[in-house]
Design a protein around this ligand. Structure first.
Ligand code: FEO
Length: 396
């Protein structure tokens, strides 16, 4: 993709990674991603905002060549993670006058992770400004989106906010700006769920910090640029602030059909009671879809058979993830089956320590479900209904 103009003398110079399917060797990328870097030419100085993943260095250099960039004065590192900072060393070699601009914490990480020499880094305080001539950068410290060193950069004259990971989406697209809002909403929600949700309370503070900025364009470092910033800001407000919805998320696995039969019966029982359900077979599901569902659901019910006295390993992984992501869940329970004994409830409950959930009485049975077991599932469905009613969630 060639450089693309966003404003007078402001260009996208990043790389679209159409084929990447895994991030951090962990996070599925069904739609690829992009590493957005930006170039700002001003009357006196030239600055770049973030770089690209090391695998795409050639694309960044090619874009800078096409714009005939002979000198860069500043490379702003909003974030030290390598998908944005991984090309800093090459930039400093190609442009020997350049200084890296970063928060003090980012400076330390850049020195530790990328071996950037200390004398090449200039630190900036919260709300400090840097004049480039007829354009001015303002740096807004925004810790924990999603590392401790992160900041946002505001280009005052053009009312552009460069947010790095915040508001980003793992989406490879030829669109410079958001055109297909539904697709971007899904990708941005997935991104929020997987990357940002554990820091929900801190994000509230960061959203407050930018409330009074006049923003015409939000330019994140993954996915398309927002020329209607309220689209993504309103989405974040909903994900961060709104109460959870009348929904049960049901990740499960079944080895021989007993837990599956329980899940099928239980899902019908919930739906009959007016409760929405999203069920995920952990043998097959895209784990990112589960993360998205956790953003605004009120209740999680985990379905597991018993393996070597504990839950199935795929269930352990999903529960670990749910606990680490710290969603707005209010209630949790367990359903499942065993052959001759086990401790799946204790093991699963012990893994939910980050979540402020009320544990509802589980239904864990011996073998294939029988009449009394179905009654127990009805009892659990009734209890969830009552809890959702008590918390005024039925209309949400
Ligand atoms: Fe896109 Fe935290 O790096």
């Amino acid at each position: 993709m060639k450089p693309r103009k966003l404003k007078t003398n402001v260009y996208w110079v990043g790389a679209v990674d159409w084929d990447r399917r895994l991030f951090d060797e962990l996070i599925p990328l069904p739609d690829g991603t992009s590493y957005n870097a930006y170039l700002i030419k001003s009357s006196e100085k030239t600055a770049m905002i973030d770089t690209v993943d090391p695998t795409k260095t050639d694309m960044l250099i090619d874009n800078l060549d096409q714009l005939h960039v002979e000198n860069i004065d500043y490379v702003v590192a909003n974030h030290a993670e390598q998908d944005h900072s991984g090309t800093l060393s090459q930039m400093l070699k190609l442009y020997p006058n350049a200084k890296v601009v970063a928060t003090p914490k980012c400076k330390n990480l850049l020195m530790d992770l990328l071996l950037i020499p200390e004398n090449k880094i200039v630190t900036v305080e919260d709300r400090e400004t840097l004049s480039l001539g007829d354009k001015t950068l303002e740096f807004i410290h925004a810790p924990w989106v999603h590392w401790p060193e992160t900041m946002l950069t505001y280009l005052r004259e053009d009312r552009m906010l460069f947010t790095c990971d915040l508001f980003g989406s793992h989406l490879a697209t030829s669109d410079l700006y958001v055109t297909d809002e539904a697709t971007v909403y899904e990708a941005a929600k997935r991104y929020y769920a997987e990357i940002m949700m554990p820091f929900r309370m801190v994000i509230q503070k960061n959203l407050e910090k930018i409330r009074d900025l006049q923003i015409e364009i939000i330019a994140p470092s993954h996915g398309p640029v927002y020329d209607k910033p309220e689209f993504i800001i309103e989405a974040y407000r909903d994900w961060v602030y709104a109460p959870p919805k009348n929904m049960v998320v049901l990740p499960y696995i079944s080895m021989h059909g007993s837990t599956r039969k329980m899940v099928e019966y239980f899902v019908s029982a919930l739906v009959e009671r007016g409760i929405n359900v999203k069920q995920f077979d952990l043998a097959k599901t895209d784990i990112g879809k589960l993360a998205i569902a956790l953003v605004d659901t009120a209740t999680i019910v985990i379905g597991s058979p018993t393996v070597l006295t504990g839950p199935h390993p795929n269930v352990v992984y999903a529960v670990y993830l749910a606990n680490a992501l710290r969603p707005k869940l209010k209630f949790a329970s367990v359903i499942g089956s065993y052959g001759w004994g086990g401790r799946i409830v204790e093991r699963i409950a012990g893994m939910l320590s980050n979540l402020k959930v009320e544990l509802l009485e589980p239904v864990v049975i011996r073998g294939f479900p029988k009449e009394d077991d179905f009654k127990a599932l009805d009892r659990l469905a009734d209890e969830i209904l009552n809890k959702h009613k008590e918390h005024d969630l039925m209309e949400s």
